[in-house]
Design a protein around this ligand. Structure first.
Ligand code: BT5
Length: 225
């Protein structure tokens, strides 16, 4: 992959944790993780067979990096498996209402680490039954992880170009086309829960939810259910 150095590991605690000590342009991939991380100290189940990768980039806005990573994952899954996932704000990709992928972007030591987990050929624990799914389950065939990983890197790199050029409008419109905008949702912020329709996303990457009374602004500190 031009300009990127991909390093493969058999097993890591967390690719995000490992990646932070590597320079910009590094990609850390593990076949499994023993301590995969989600947001708010949640766990990411990372058994062998799935994709667990972290890309080290310059420290752009983490909100925008999460949006472009979601676009890259959505496109790469579609190209490799013909499955159109839906991006659920802020960091999930769903297919048939099951979570297939999650993204965790962190800024540290003047760099950004974009961590991506995708359920491809991995088994999922019973605790996620009904909530999560894998691409192998949905397609009935083995997924080519390397193909998806390489696609994600080139797609993310392309969209980092948009970030460099400050083409936020292009990013937002691409994200909206692939997202749950227009769907009924429940958003839980730190203070309240808002039920309504996902209406739009603003230039700060905040979700705008329309309820019966008009427009309301969600907060990236919240999480959609
Ligand atoms: C996320 O957090 O969705 C971000 C996940 C990021 C994982 C990647 S893997 C590579 C890199 N290295 C890391 O250590 N992390 C990143 P959040 O929105 O907080 O969702 C976490 C919730 O998703 C959990 O509380 C479970 O309910 C659910 N979950 C856990 N493992 C899952 C899986 N494999 N598939 C689907 N859902 C899962």
């Amino acid at each position: 992959m031009k300009g990127y150095k991909v390093r493969y590991f058999e097993k890591l605690d967390s690719t995000n944790k490992k990646a932070i000590s590597y320079p910009v342009g590094s990609v850390i991939v593990a076949k499994e993780q023993s301590g995969g991380k989600g947001r708010f100290r949640r766990k990411w189940c990372s058994s062998r067979g799935g994709i667990y990768m972290s890309i080290v980039t310059d420290a752009y806005s983490p909100n925008y990096l999460t949006l472009i990573a979601a676009i890259a994952v959505n496109r790469s899954i579609e190209d490799a498996c013909g499955i159109k996932t839906m991006i659920k704000w802020p960091n999930d990709l769903l297919f048939k209402k099951k979570k297939i992928s999650g993204i965790l972007t962190v800024i540290s030591q003047g760099k950004a680490v974009v961590g991506i987990g995708i359920n491809t050929n991995n088994a999922l624990p019973g605790s996620l039954y009904g909530k999560a799914g894998s691409l192998q389950q949905f397609t009935g065939s083995k997924i080519d992880n390397r193909l998806i990983i390489n696609n994600i890197i080139s797609c993310l790199d392309h969209h980092i170009g948009w970030l460099k050029d400050k083409r936020y409008d292009k990013i937002l419109s691409e994200w909206k086309n692939r997202s749950f905008i227009g769907h009924k949702i429940i958003v839980k912020t730190l203070k309240k829960t808002v039920k309504g329709t996902a209406y739009d996303i603003d230039e700060d990457c905040f979700l705008i939810v329309k309820d019966n009374k008009g427009k309301k602004k969600g907060s990236l500190k919240g999480t959609s259910l």
